[in-house]
Design a protein around this ligand. Sequence first.
Ligand SMILES: *Cc1c(COP(=O)(O)O)cnc(C)c1O
Length: 353
Amino acid sequence: MKRHNFSAGPCVLPQVVIDESAKAVIGYDNGLSLLEISHRSKAFVDIMEKARALSVELLGLEGMGYKALFLQGGASTQFLAVALNLLEKKAAYLNTGTWSDKAIKEARIFDDVFEVASSKDANYNYIPKGYDIPMNYDYFHCTSNNTIFGTQIKDFPECDIPIVCDMSSDIFSRSVDFSKFGLIYAGAQKNMGPAGTTLVIVREDILGKVSRKIPSMMDYKVQISKGSMFNTPPVFPVYSSMLNLQWLKNKGGIKSIEKENEKKARLMYSEIDLNPLFDGFAAKADRSIMNATFILKNEDLKDSFDTMCREAGINGLNGHRSVGGYRASMYNALKLESVQVLVEVMNELERKA
Ligand SMILES: *Cc1c(COP(=O)(O)O)cnc(C)c1O
């Protein structure tokens, strides 16, 4: 049966990326598996350089002083690394959900972080607007897409201090002026590749301004000087991520995938809005094109809906425990056809109910 993977992460990947990754495990360089070649071999150094270059190219940041790194420890480690590298006096954070909240907690190890605004009062179902960002702070941190709550920042603030953005769940999914940001980070497993590596894109001129000593593994300057190979990098996830970035480039890049993503989201949300059995969770103006969160109004129908989804090959639709209900994650590699299948199941439930 055809599977439709709506999982929030690790995410659906293009079949060609899975096939090529599998092939490389069997044999990559002179009959050796990708898993057993040296990370210092030309074969792997080429992969790393290609992955780094593709990231910068796809975001339209070539020649603008940005460096791409493929690190370990997940986006969660970046919560801490950002503060270690950039926080000297005070930082401003926008709190739009669980992940921002965790980033704030880590930064507070160093200083009393200033929360410019929060949507916690409404269980993070909207994006706060109209807040002020103090211009004498070290940086402003935000989360572009709230994977758990299904909200997404549509307009990023104008800001004289560096903007640091956790783009884990919507990087490479929509056109944004990425040069607005001083630093972008993203765990691979949401929209870029398998779990095990984290992309960091940093404009070099924002680094080197803090007085503390930074542990080498967490020091962006060290990582840049070592070509993202201060220690043994996660060879396999970097390779699969590189293949996925290549897939995206071949498809026409972000502009082209954005059109597909918008089409999927439009179809999904129009069903949520038109079908009387369902309600959307996120405020309409702030709805994410990656993660659509919704509830079934009548809990008595839950068993039938879940069974029908299972029978249609739909996977990973359960909402996060802090929101409940359902969440359809529609990352780059999810096909329109999968959303059509889900919408058809929702329709059928309405006909039966
Ligand atoms: C999943 C997620 C994280 C955590 O990523 P890890 O790589 O598991 O540490 C952080 N931020 C956002 C927005 C996420 O969706």
